[in-house]
Write a protein that binds this ligand. Structure first.
Ligand code: ATP
Ligand code: MG
Length: 479
């Protein structure tokens, strides 16, 4: 007989199974509780959006958008895209002279490749690589600027990036994140309110730290930095670029490329040979404008007031284009080189970039997979939840009683295993043991006749008779 090929989960994706999922649930439940105490409400955006949203929000130059997104043209027969391409070609008088199937094949190919980006835009969609873009899109779409400001939202769920899978790095991974969005009232100079922004930044960071503390995460280290704003950052980036040009020959190919595309990312380099060179580069803290320097100082003061311990790291830059001023990253123990469990920062102006009103924003994203890994490394993993009661029944009359008992016990919140068919008591007790049940409820002819149930405590093997009410009472007390 030909062997059937077994299916396996796609590389970079994985199944989360019990008992590990107990831990996932506990982590998410804790996030809901802690974030709730800070006044955050949950948002659940779709997991796919127009590709263009991510291109615009995250930035086309980033690794995420340029090579890691799962996107496709969502137009099954490509008819929408083709019609648009054809109309455009007619307009620009570039419609091919050939007609019929050859022309159709050519148009199809172009539509499928997502060429004519602006034309196929309506149908170019991507699995989300992150959620901030979606939250901002939703803020605009639902006119949340009309709500009391700021709007505080959190989310949990899967993200998708086509990365090289390794420990702590997957193609489908999970994030828990939060965003604070606040429309800037007309006539208000966004540069004003430095103190207020700093307090918001500090509270958001305080919230993540409170969440990690509640989970008992170990070896938590918070690093902060300011990466300036539209006024001072471009000047600093130019200075950095000029300095990098001078040492270009000593840098690796990745950094050499980044001198052109994104010089800030050079500071991120983990390459051993580049470390001394980077240490000698100009530091952004020395080039912040007055507003940014003022806000950065106030963030540090505010963190101090909240008892949040931090370290400054001038080389901390975020991979996404839209961040400004406050940026932070949190690392934890037990994760090897993928030890960042949370990244965040301020992104004033992103909502506006997406077509909304002038709006300030600050948020973070926690890598839940890594958070879980770190908790497991520290021995704080999930434990299999055993059953409270295993109902061992024999005989037709007993089945009806067993079903009724299971219904009552489950309604009272106890975990009950009810075998679908009758079993010899010896076998039933063996199974109860394997499932880690606390009690076996034994129901046979005798028990049905007398209304006195036999209850076996599996830990010590002791056995007693009692009424249904007494059993329920005992369970409530003992569990
Ligand atoms: P890294 O430098 O580790 O690639 P990043 O800068 O790409 O992180 P963000 O986009 O800021 O990360 O996402 C926030 C958090 O999400 C990260 O700190 C990390 O914990 C987690 N994360 C990012 N990419 C992955 C992935 N492929 N697999 C698992 N977790 C991830
Ligand atoms: Mg990354």
């Amino acid at each position: 007989m030909a062997e059937k090929k077994k299916f396996q989960a796609i590389k970079g994706t994985r199944d989360l199974l019990p008992p590990e999922t107990e831990l996932w649930n506990r982590v998410e439940q804790t996030a809901r509780e802690v974030f709730g105490t800070f006044g955050f409400g949950e948002i659940r955006p779709p997991i796919f959006e127009k590709t263009r949203l991510f291109e615009r929000a995250v930035g086309s130059e980033t690794d995420i958008v340029s090579k890691e997104m799962f996107n496709w043209v969502d137009d099954p027969d490509l008819s929408g895209a083709i019609t648009k391409i054809r109309a455009e070609m007619r307009n620009t008088k570039t419609l091919p002279a050939v007609d019929g199937t050859a022309a159709r094949a050519m148009l199809e190919k172009q539509a499928r490749m997502g060429a004519f980006n602006n034309l196929a835009e309506r149908v170019r969609v991507a699995l989300r690589p992150e959620v901030t873009a979606s939250v901002c899109r939703a803020y605009i779409e639902h006119e949340m600027h009309a709500l009391p400001q700021p709007v505080k939202l959190y989310y949990t769920g899967p993200m998708f990036r086509r990365e090289r899978p390794q420990k702590g790095r997957y193609r489908q991974f999970y994030q828990i994140g939060a965003e604070v969005l606040e429309m800037v009232p007309p006539n208000q100079d966004p540069a004003k309110n430095i103190e207020k922004d700093a307090a918001v930044d500090a509270e958001v960071i305080e919230m993540v730290m409170a969440f990690f503390a509640r989970l008992g995460l170990e070896g938590v280290k918070l690093e902060i930095n300011s990466i300036g704003d539209r006024e001072c950052r471009p000047k600093y980036v130019e200075l950095l670029r000029a300095e990098l040009m001078k040492v270009k020959d000593k840098l690796g190919p990745d950094s050499q490329r980044r001198i052109e595309t994104n010089p800030l990312r050079v500071l991120d380099s983990k390459l051993e040979s580049e470390q001394t060179i980077i240490a000698g580069l100009p530091k952004i803290a020395d080039h912040l404008c007055a507003n940014c320097a003022g806000q950065y100082a106030e963030v540090k003061r505010q963190l101090g007031m909240r008892g949040v311990v931090f370290e400054e790291n001038w080389r901390l830059v975020r991979g996404l284009d839209y961040y400004m001023r406050t940026t932070f990253e949190i690392t934890a123990r037990g994760l090897g080189s993928q030890n960042a469990v949370c990244g965040g920062g301020r992104y004033d102006g992103l909502v506006e970039l997406l077509g909304g009103p002038p709006t300030k924003g600050i948020g973070f994203a926690i890598g839940e997979d890594r958070l879980i890994l770190s908790l497991q490394e520290a021995g704080k993993g999930g434990v299999a939840q055993g059953r409270d009661v295993f109902v061992a029944w024999m005989g037709e009359k007993a089945q009806a009683t067993a079903i009724a008992a299971a219904q009552k016990l489950r309604a009272a919140g106890f975990r009950v295993e009810l075998p679908p068919v009758e079993q010899k008591f010896g076998k039933a007790l063996g199974q109860a043991d394997k499932l880690g049940a606390r009690y076996a409820l034994i129901l046979g002819d005798d028990e049905i006749a007398t209304g006195q149930w036999t209850v076996k405590t599996l830990a010590d093997g002791s056995q007693t008779k009692m009424s249904e009410a007494e059993f329920l009472e005992m369970l409530r007390k003992s569990l």
